[in-house]
Design a protein around this ligand. Structure first.
Ligand code: FPP
Ligand code: MG
Length: 311
């Protein structure tokens, strides 16, 4: 079974746990809307790729780790789109959950998905309970306080934050949990795999900032220009597009470098390379570099020349 089919299959099974006749049907529909159809499913892909690289000796637990991370990610997007945060009308090319089902059901759908994520992990722990406890101990902090994605979002409510602290918590923490949990599900040392997730997560957030400026909203499936409109910390704003692009390239190189030696290391490096090109297409790099060169040239031409002194 290829990785994407494996992920969709496991997600459907996890969502079915909570569907029963007599349950509130609109909440069930709002939860499904949050999860299907998905985005790139990059976090569960990464989790399973690491589990495979480490031998994949408990595939059911690896699936549960991947699903749990994706459900938590989906929950976070439902809440992030709410009027009290980004007030986004669309997500993945469809109405956001609060636009389709209202704010109250969107809050509840996010809550129920968080619970489902941990329920799914618990149910997969029969074969190796100790590994499951380790995986849960990795995924929890990737989400909560003090350094998980909830903490990352909370920095938006503070008057000041260092951009890299914000990016590390808001995005890097769940990526790091994905790589570490993938290793732990296969019985390997999660800590050895953290750096890969951390670099990749930070790169992903920088790419998201670049996409907020460069992307076509119809292709992206969500509005652009929100970071400027809402005054969010953003690499594209703080460093300029060229600075953000250079930062992104450095982070991707660090991520590739951080892949620990293992059976699947070549495929993992290839996954990181391919994902980086999907996030920031080569054509954008060319355009950003060219626009910067044109702007620099225009500024130089406009600059008045120094007065010449008579001999
Ligand atoms: C998207 O960021 C949002 C996140 C990466 C995390 C949001 C986290 C929360 C809302 C905390 C609650 C967490 C849970 C588990 C319910 P973005 O706005 O930069 O990207 P976007 O353009 O895709 O919206
Ligand atoms: Mg948002």
């Amino acid at each position: 079974m290829d990785t994407m089919t494996r992920i969709e299959h496991a997600l459907r099974a996890a969502m079915a746990i909570g569907e029963a006749p007599g349950a509130p049907p609109r909440l069930a529909a709002a939860m499904r809307h949050a999860v299907f159809p998905g985005g790139a499913r990059i976090r569960p892909q990464l989790c399973l790729a690491v589990a495979r690289g480490c031998g994949d000796s408990d595939p059911a637990l690896a699936d549960a780790a991947a699903v749990s991370i994706e459900l938590l990610h989906c929950a976070s997007l439902v809440h992030d789109d709410l009027p009290c945060f980004d007030d986004a009308p669309t997500r993945r090319g469809l109405p956001s959950v609060h636009s389709a089902y209202g704010e109250r059901l969107a809050v509840l759908a996010g809550d129920a998905l968080i619970v489902r994520a941990f329920q799914t992990l618990g149910l997969a722990g029969a074969r190796s309970p100790l590994r499951m406890v380790r995986v849960m101990g990795t995924i929890g902090p990737g989400v909560g306080m003090p350094f998980g994605i909830v903490a990352g979002q909370a920095w938006e409510c503070e008057p000041r934050v260092a951009l890299s602290d914000y990016q590390r918590a808001k995005t890097g923490a769940l990526f790091a949990a994905a790589t570490a949990a993938g290793a732990e599900a296969a019985g390997a040392d999660g800590d050895a795999w953290r750096a890969l997730g951390e670099w990749l997560g930070e790169a992903y957030q920088v790419a998201d900032d670049i996409r907020d400026v460069m992307a076509d909203p119809a292709v992206l499936g969500k509005p652009i220009g929100r970071d400027v409109a809402l005054g969010r910390p953003s690499s594209a704003i703080e460093q300029g597009l060229l600075g953000a692009l250079e930062h992104f390239d450095r982070l991707v190189a660090c991520a590739i470098e951080a892949v620990p030696p293992c059976r699947g290391s070549a495929q993992l490096r290839e996954l990181v390379r391919m994902e980086s090109e999907r996030l920031v297409p080569k054509a954008w790099s060319v355009q950003i570099t060219r626009d910067h060169a044109v702007a620099t040239h225009k500024a130089a031409v406009r600059r008045p020349s120094a007065p010449t002194t008579a001999p």
